[in-house]
Design a protein around this ligand. Structure first.
Ligand SMILES: [Zn+2]
Length: 291
C-alpha cells in the first residue's frame, strides 16, 4: 500500500493567467495577462470507500482541491489512481475516462532483450519496455556494453514470451521518451516484470510516476537476494556498519526514490516501505530533516 500523508497548510496562491479570447470558430487571439487568486483547500475532505483520501503529485508533493473563482477543482487523476482506476485523457474528444485498469491482450512478435519486446498492439508493431525493472544489456549497438548476464536474461525472456499472447497493463505514462509503450506484462495471469525480479534476472528500477507496484517489486528483489537467485548468486549484503536489527528496520522511501525517511509522515507525499539495508544498497540518502 502506498501511504498518503499530509501537512496542514492553507495558503493563497496568486496566478498570472493568460486568458485567451475566442473570436469566431476555433480562432483564438488576444492574449492578455490577468491576475487571479486561487486557494488551495486542505480542509476539503474527500472520502473514498469510507476512508479519507490524501493525494500527492508525481513529485510526492501534496495535492489539494483548489478553489478558483467560486468553483472547486478536484485532483481527478489522483482520485482515479487511488480508486484503482486508470485515468485517460483524450485530447481530441476532450474526454476524461476513469476505467478499471483493463489489460489488453497482444501477441509478442519478438523479444529484443531481457526487458524489451515487440508486440502487435492496436494494429501496429510497437516496442514495449517493461516498467520498474532493468536487465543487463544484451542487444546494445556498443558490443562493449553487452554482458553475459544480459544475454542470459534476454534468453530467459525470449523463452518465456516470444510467440506467446500476453496482457499489457499501463501505469501513469503510456510511453517513454523513445516512444516505447511502458507496461506491466502478464503471462497466464502472472506478472512477468515481477517474475524477472523474483528470478534475479532483473534489478528494480524506479521510474516515477510509474510506481504502482514498486513496493512488491522491492520485496521480490529482496527475496531473490536472500535466495541468491540469478544475478544475486553469491550475494553478500553490503556492510554499512549497522547492526542486523538496524539493517532490517523499516524506512520510508519517497516515490521519487532518492531519499529515505524515518517516518511516513515526515513531509507531504507518497512513500513506500523498504528496509534500511535495501535503501542503502540502492544508494538512497537519508532525509536530513528526520535523521
Ligand atoms: Zn524525512
Amino acid at each position: 500500500m502506498r501511504r498518503w500523508t499530509r501537512g496542514w497548510k492553507t495558503f493563497c496562491l496568486t496566478l498570472m493567467v493568460l486568458t485567451s479570447f475566442c473570436m469566431g470558430v476555433g480562432v483564438s487571439q488576444g492574449l492578455e495577462a490577468r491576475e487571479v487568486t486561487a486557494q488551495l483547500r486542505p480542509d476539503f475532505v474527500i472520502v473514498i470507500d469510507q476512508e479519507t483520501a490524501h493525494f500527492s503529485d508525481v513529485n510526492g508533493s501534496e495535492v489539494y482541491p483548489l478553489l478558483y473563482e467560486g468553483t472547486t477543482y478536484l485532483p481527478l487523476r489522483a482520485i482515479g489512481n487511488l480508486m484503482g482506476k486508470q485515468v485517460d485523457w483524450d485530447e481530441q474528444s476532450k474526454t476524461v475516462t476513469l476505467s478499471d485498469a483493463l489489460r489488453e491482450s497482444v501477441g509478442v512478435e519478438r523479444v529484443v532483450d531481457g526487458d524489451t519486446l515487440e508486440v502487435l498492439w492496436r494494429g501496429n508493431l510497437e516496442k514495449v519496455r517493461l516498467i520498474g525493472v532493468d536487465t543487463a544489456e544484451s542487444a546494445h549497438p556498443d558490443e562493449q556494453k553487452n554482458t553475459e548476464f544480459g544475454r542470459l536474461a534476454a534468453a530467459y525472456t525470449k523463452e518465456a514470451l516470444e510467440g506467446k499472447t500476453v496482457e499489457l497493463e499501463f501505469d501513469v505514462q503510456q510511453r517513454d521518451q523513445y516512444g516505447r509503450l511502458l507496461c506491466y506484462v502478464y503471462l497466464d495471469g502472472e506478472m512477468f516484470n515481477e517474475r524477472l525480479l523474483e528470478e534475479g534476472m532483473a534489478a528494480v528500477s524506479t521510474w516515477p510516476p510509474n510506481v504502482k507496484y514498486v513496493e512488491s517489486f522491492t520485496q521480490a528483489q529482496q527475496r531473490a537476494k536472500e535466495a541468491g537467485a540469478g544475478m544475486w548468486e553469491g550475494y553478500v549484503p553490503q556492510d554499512f556498519g549497522i547492526t542486523e536489527q538496524q539493517a532490517q528496520s523499516i524506512v520510508y522511501v519517497t516515490a521519487t526514490g532518492k531519499k529515505y525517511h524515518k517516518s511516513s509522515t515526515c513531509g507531504a507525499g507518497t512513500y513506500f516501505e523498504s528496509t534500511l539495508q535495501q535503501a542503502l544498497e540502492q544508494g538512497l540518502t537519508a532525509c536530513d530533516k528526520c535523521w
